[in-house]
Design a protein around this ligand. Structure first.
Ligand code: V47
Ligand code: SF4
Length: 380
């Protein structure tokens, strides 16, 4: 009979020799390995792939509407069509936010939002086209696979065609959101009606086949079990073997405030955050990067995560709303100086990257200025 120590030794040999881990290996690591052992192994892979570098970027978020036809059980951001909290930004507000991002030195605008009951696909297309026309240097990372699936439902046109159309209009890449947990046992309880695992993976495959890059996420720390997390990673790894189009995996810690799923569920602990980070690094051997998204993990855990497999910390993240609605107590945004300092304190070398992981070299470092007040137009 193999002991726990024996099993861990076998896995250690595999990691050091570059042998791919199996589903059972992943499950064992998630359930039985101690955090120090996980950290040692994940850090080995992290340094083999990315040396001592931790990447960050200068980015802003834009959520053009929070009105959503879906009711994901974990979501604190969405609003009903007739809710007083519902908003839809005007074209002018959207362009103003792109102007602000551009003048503050951002290289990326991360654009996601609700699936509005009444707005046509052309509204979403026009956001990309109009920003790209005025600010062609701003990389637009926009619309999760769930949004693409929605566009297909409302236009009755195939996602492949819509992706190509939006690429021509200026779309730069796809964010990793909407993945949640792929396994239907859990997904049906989190978000029964929106795009399922196959649809999510298909959209990313089609985008990769068009030559695009994208990210992937996993929402953990709620009702899922270790086997659901490992299953999620295996599905992503399988697609990455085929396309190679994923850049970064981002484990997202569940935030329980202001959403139906959160009742009675605490936020995942720092131990769970680091374990999931490390297991992700070990299982996703074909993903170049693992991101410790500081807004979601807290600055402190994101910093420690740089020794548990992560090599990216995300960016300045001006105007984040989704996590703050769900009870994040992280700061609203960080300056470049803050980001570089906390990366250096973690013993890593900070490197500014653009969305596609090219190094950004500046005459002088970009600095955030406080944004002026933002007004949103209520829908009703
Ligand atoms: O899909 C929503 C998650 C995602 C909660 O691609 C929640 O670079 C925890 O995908 N608790 C959107 N998570 C955010 C996202 C993302 C973020 C940063 C960078 C990138 C990238 C992508 O946020 C949703 C959902 O999985 N989410 N509500 C919550 N209460
Ligand atoms: Fe809508 Fe996205 Fe919230 Fe789900 S997570 S309810 S799709 S905004």
């Amino acid at each position: 009979m193999t002991t726990t120590a024996g099993r861990l030794a076998d896995i250690r040999d595999k990691v050091y020799s570059g042998t791919r881990l199996t589903f059972d290996d992943g499950l064992f690591l998630d359930q039985h390995a101690d955090l120090f052992a996980l950290g040692e192994l994940a850090n080995f892979v992290r340094e083999k792939k990315n040396g001592n570098v931790t990447y960050y970027n200068v980015n802003q978020h834009l959520n053009p509407t929070n009105v959503c036809v879906y009711r994901c059980a974990f979501c604190s951001f969405r609003a009903d069509l007739k809710s007083p909290n519902g908003y839809v930004m005007s074209d002018e507000q959207i362009l103003q936010r792109a102007r602000e991002a551009s003048t503050q030195g951002a290289t990326e605008l991360h654009i996601v939002g609700g699936l509005h009951h009444l707005l046509p696909y052309e509204w979403y297309l026009n956001i990309i086209r109009s920003i790209h026309e005025v600010y062609p240097d701003l990389h637009l990372k926009a619309w999760t696979a769930v949004e693409w699936d929605w566009f297909e439902r409302i236009t009755k046109r195939p996602t492949r065609e819509l992706l190509a159309e939006m690429k021509a209009a200026g779309l730069g890449s796809l964010p990793g959101g909407g993945a949640e947990i792929f396994h239907p046992e859990v997904r049906s309880k989190l978000c029964d009606y929106k795009a399922d695992a196959d649809q999510w993976l298909r959209v990313h495959k089609e985008w990769h086949e068009l030559g695009g890059k994208s990210n992937a996420t996993m929402l953990y720390g709620h009702i899922e079990k270790p086997e659901h997390r490992i299953d999620h990673m295996m599905r992503l790894r399988d697609l990455q073997d085929v396309t190679g189009g994923f850049q970064t995996f981002i484990p997202l810690a569940f935030h329980p405030t202001n959403n139906p799923l959160g009742k009675g569920i605490p936020k995942p602990s720092g131990m769970t955050d680091l374990k999931v980070m490390a297991v992700s690094r070990l299982m996703l051997d074909n993903f170049p990067h693992i991101k410790a998204y500081w807004q979601m993990l807290t600055v402190k855990v994101a910093q420690v995560a740089q020794s548990y497999g992560a090599d990216d910390i995300d960016g300045t993240v001006v105007h984040e709303t989704i996590y703050h609605a769900a009870g994040s107590d992280s700061p609203q945004e960080l300056t470049v100086r803050d980001l570089r300092r906390l990366i250096e304190e973690a013993g890593r070398t900070p490197v500014e990257r653009d969305t596609l992981y090219h190094e950004v070299v500046r005459d002088k470092p970009a600095e955030k200025k406080w944004a002026t007040g933002r007004k949103l137009v209520p829908l009703n």
